[in-house]
Design a protein around this ligand. Structure first.
Ligand code: FAD
Length: 429
């Protein structure tokens, strides 16, 4: 095996050691491995003018979850003789990565592929720099079950627009890469770089955050694996899992897994999760099937990743070929009442308060408030609701969030029950 003097594994999502092909490739044959995460001011810089605590793009619950996930990753790396190297970007994350590649004389760069537009542009800047500097780049697909580009290619260059056609093309996902690492090669000389531990919320400038608002789930791979195993222990529950059934207001024991925040940050590999569910199915006589089963939920996730990757302007109504063009109404007053949980409809308001405090709600609760804002009652643009979810959800995910807002507003994928010519409601009680 050829030996690489120094490899960098650049963590962004994929905050885990299990099923991490980028880490595996960096580790294999390298004398030194630099595990890097860059704190991105785009998401982390506190915004005192935001409607609730957090940055302009992320509510405080998500920022906290990220920091917890980084702490957990750092501990796991330290137990194996390494550590997480945190860089602070002044502005553009790609500048910080390129500078470290150069300063540390890195010869191989490994990072998980990411299909979000922001990530694609960022990664292109880094890849261009690496190629110009003759640094080998390895960027595997491991955030999703399948490679969205491959599915699109198999479908003749267009993304499949129905779940069933997606499932027919996709087949079975690849096996996860489950290497057990007892040791990771040590980090090399970091020169004049200041190495600091994972910061606390307060150190990032988020002062005075009430403990009452802490969501009942902690970030990190350790917690993700524990939570997944606990969910899958109840084999009868897994076998009978049927989305749409289950109580959206069950808080002490939620009706679904609450693994979405862990999948969002890649603390849990979707492939590993999928294969663990299959293990449960193997020992059962009967189990539910996609689209309603638990594996069916992971296929929904991949479905939206694939469509979003292959659809220009997926996150907009204008210029988006698969989105109905609807004359949504403008009403800042109604929108703010919805956003702040002041509509006067207790169910809707309770869900929006849960969103602000926890950053997670059951799927049917998300249905209710999304439908209420758009085609159901207020007739307000789905992009405005999408933005609120995007900022406040801990599991906020560009592909899934936009996909579900398109769906719930009857703008794409699903058009039943909609009469979108007449605005249904103009005032609140
Ligand atoms: P489970 O039912 O246990 O499902 C397991 C996993 O499957 C989830 O963690 C998730 O990764 C995936 N999944 C489940 N339902 C869906 C779905 N409808 N579409 C795609 N993937 C799914 N989910 C997000 O992860 N991020 C978002 O930003 C997001 N925004 C949404 C916005 C709206 C308007 C709606 C209606 C739904 C949204 N969802 C989003 C989908 C879904 O509500 C959540 O994934 C789910 O409630 C998370 O809880 P869970 O982990 O317990 O799900």
């Amino acid at each position: 095996m050829a030996t690489t003097a120094a490899a960098m594994v650049w963590f962004r999502k994929g905050l885990r050691l299990h099923d991490n092909p980028a880490l595996e490739a960096a580790r294999r044959g390298a004398a030194r491995v630099y595990p890097v995460f860059v704190l991105d001011p785009r998401y982390l810089r506190p915004d005192p003018d935001a409607p609730s605590p957090g940055s302009a793009r992320a509510g405080v619950a998500r920022v906290r979850f990220l920091l917890e996930s980084l702490e957990d990753l750092d501990s796991s790396l330290r137990r194996r003789g390494s550590r997480l190297l945190l860089l602070r970007a002044r502005d553009d994350v790609s500048d910080a990565v390129c500078a470290a590649l150069k300063d540390w004389n890195i010869s191989k760069l490994c990072f998980e592929s990411d299909t979000e537009p922001y990530a694609l542009a960022r990664d292109k800047r880094v890849t261009d720099f690496a190629e110009a500097s003759r640094i080998e780049v390895f960027s595997p697909v491991s955030h999703t079950l399948f490679d969205p580009a491959e599915i699109i290619e198999k479908n003749g260059g267009r993304p499949p627009l129905t779940y069933q056609s997606f499932v027919n093309i996709a087949g079975e996902p690849p096996e996860p890469v489950m290497e057990e690492y007892s040791v990771i090669p040590p980090i090399g000389d970091t020169r004049e770089y200041e190495l600091f531990p994972v910061p606390k919320l307060e150190e990032l400038g988020y002062g005075d955050i009430s403990q009452e608002d802490v969501p009942p789930f902690r970030g990190g791979e350790t917690e993700a694996l524990k939570r997944m195993r606990e969910s899958l222990q109840d084999k009868e529950w897994v076998d009978k899992f049927e989305k749409r059934k289950g109580d959206p207001s069950a808080f002490l024991k939620p009706a679904t897994t609450v693994l979405s925040p862990y999948l969002k940050f890649g603390c849990l590999s979707s492939r590993y999760f999928y294969h663990c569910i299959q293990d449960v199915y193997r020992s059962s006589k009967m189990h539910t099937k996609p689209p309603v089963s638990l594996t069916g939920q992971l296929l929904w996730r991949d479905f939206f990743y694939t469509v979003s990757f292959g659809t220009p302007n997926f996150d907009h109504m204008k210029g988006n070929k698969i989105c109905k063009q609807i004359p949504w109404k403008e009403s800042e007053e109604l929108f703010v009442a919805w956003r702040d949980g002041r509509t006067g409809y207790p169910w809707i308001d309770a869900i929006m308060i849960q969103l602000r405090k926890w950053g997670w709600m059951h799927h049917l609760a998300r249905h209710s408030v999304a439908c209420f804002l758009t085609r159901g009652d207020l007739f307000i643009h789905w992009e405005k609701g999408r933005d609120v979810f995007e900022r406040l959800l801990v599991d906020s995910d560009w592909a899934i969030n936009n996909g579900n807002w398109l769906w719930l507003s009857c703008s794409s994928f699903f058009y039943h029950f909609s009469n979108l010519r007449q605005p249904p409601c103009t005032t609140l009680p």
